[in-house]
Design a binder for this molecule. Structure first.
Ligand SMILES: [Zn+2]
Length: 310
């Protein structure tokens, strides 16, 4: 159960919630706040960020199978916002003194790249589109659709093989900034696609017999997209996630609390852990400060705040 598996599919690592999260496989890094000034307050009252959901489906009618319904997609975005806003009366609420309201909200894009009004959902029947097989990764799905990352966060939701259900949940690229630990994120290289990939059975809420059925995969991956690391980051007690208000830990955290590096219990309820969807309800203030830093200092992420798609 506590083994870390690396699933390498065509050279791409996927995030498993009980196992790997992509973003961070590669390295062993270091962590510490090294003189980076993180501005904890939003530029405005609330940051609004446009997202487009590319539904890459198997050809079903809308609402069936992998061609997810509008309701399921809208509910997923609502969950994402409940979590990011720590909204009272929802699963995303916590009263932990270290927990915070990120003041970040996600909005389904109201306009496509040509300026036509849309509902934020872009449906593509993958069975009638020919693409090169690049594996299960952002670059592969970007062949179906990839919109300007200064105007949209691209979220692809697509079915993965049944054998990966409840294991391969999603993955996200991360932003390149001066934040310590940035090298632990999955950083797109020149020409690589930037965005979030979610296995369609884990997108939104459902009654599947699986720990990842309440839409928290997207919350976790969006944390990476905005520069937040796993609490154990490089698996090092001294250098972990560069957040002083998350208990230091040097190995993956999921579901079962244990004593971390500094004698305190690790946070199984943190969204950046690999805990079950029903257990998670918290971003810490320092994690939120990293997101705000990214929104302020990363050119593409910053541009989202004034996107015409809003
Ligand atoms: Zn992760």
């Amino acid at each position: 159960m506590n083994t870390q598996l690396n699933l390498n599919i065509n050279n791409i690592l996927f995030t498993f919630k009980s196992f790997i999260c992509l973003s961070i496989l590669v390295m062993l890094a270091s962590c510490e706040k090294e003189g980076i000034e993180i501005n904890p307050s939003p530029i405005n009252n609330v940051y609004k960020i446009p997202v487009v959901i590319h539904v890459i489906h198997n050809g079903e009618i809308v609402g069936e199978g992998t061609n997810l319904s509008v309701e399921r997609i809208e509910r997923q975005i609502e969950i994402l916002n409940e979590d990011f806003r720590r909204k009272e009366g929802t699963r995303g609420y916590n009263n932990n003194p270290n927990g915070g309201d990120s003041k970040i909200e996600f909005v389904l894009a109201k306009q496509d790249p040509e300026g036509n009004p849309i509902n934020g959902i872009n449906r593509i029947n993958k069975s009638i589109v020919n693409v090169t097989d690049l594996g299960y990764n952002q670059n592969h799905y970007a062949q179906y659709a990839y919109w300007n990352t200064s105007n949209y966060i691209n979220i692809w939701t697509t079915p993965l093989p049944e054998s990966t259900e409840c294991l391969v949940l999603g993955s996200s690229t991360g932003p390149e900034t001066n934040l310590p630990g940035t090298q632990l994120l999955l950083l797109p290289q020149d020409g690589d696609a930037d965005g979030v990939l979610i296995n369609s059975i884990h997108f939104g809420e459902s009654d599947i017999a699986c720990h990842a059925r309440f839409g928290r995969t997207l919350t976790h991956e969006m944390g990476h997209y905005l520069g937040v690391l796993h609490p154990w980051a490089g698996n090092d007690c001294e250098f972990n996630d560069y957040c002083d208000d998350t208990p230091a830990v040097d190995k993956p955290v999921y579901n079962i609390a244990f004593v971390g590096c500094e004698g305190e219990l690790v946070a199984v309820n943190n969204y950046m852990s690999w805990s079950d969807d029903e257990l998670m309800n918290m971003f810490s203030k320092d994690q939120i400060a990293r997101m705000h830093y990214v929104l302020k200092h990363h050119q593409g992420r910053h541009a989202l705040l004034s996107s015409s798609a809003l």
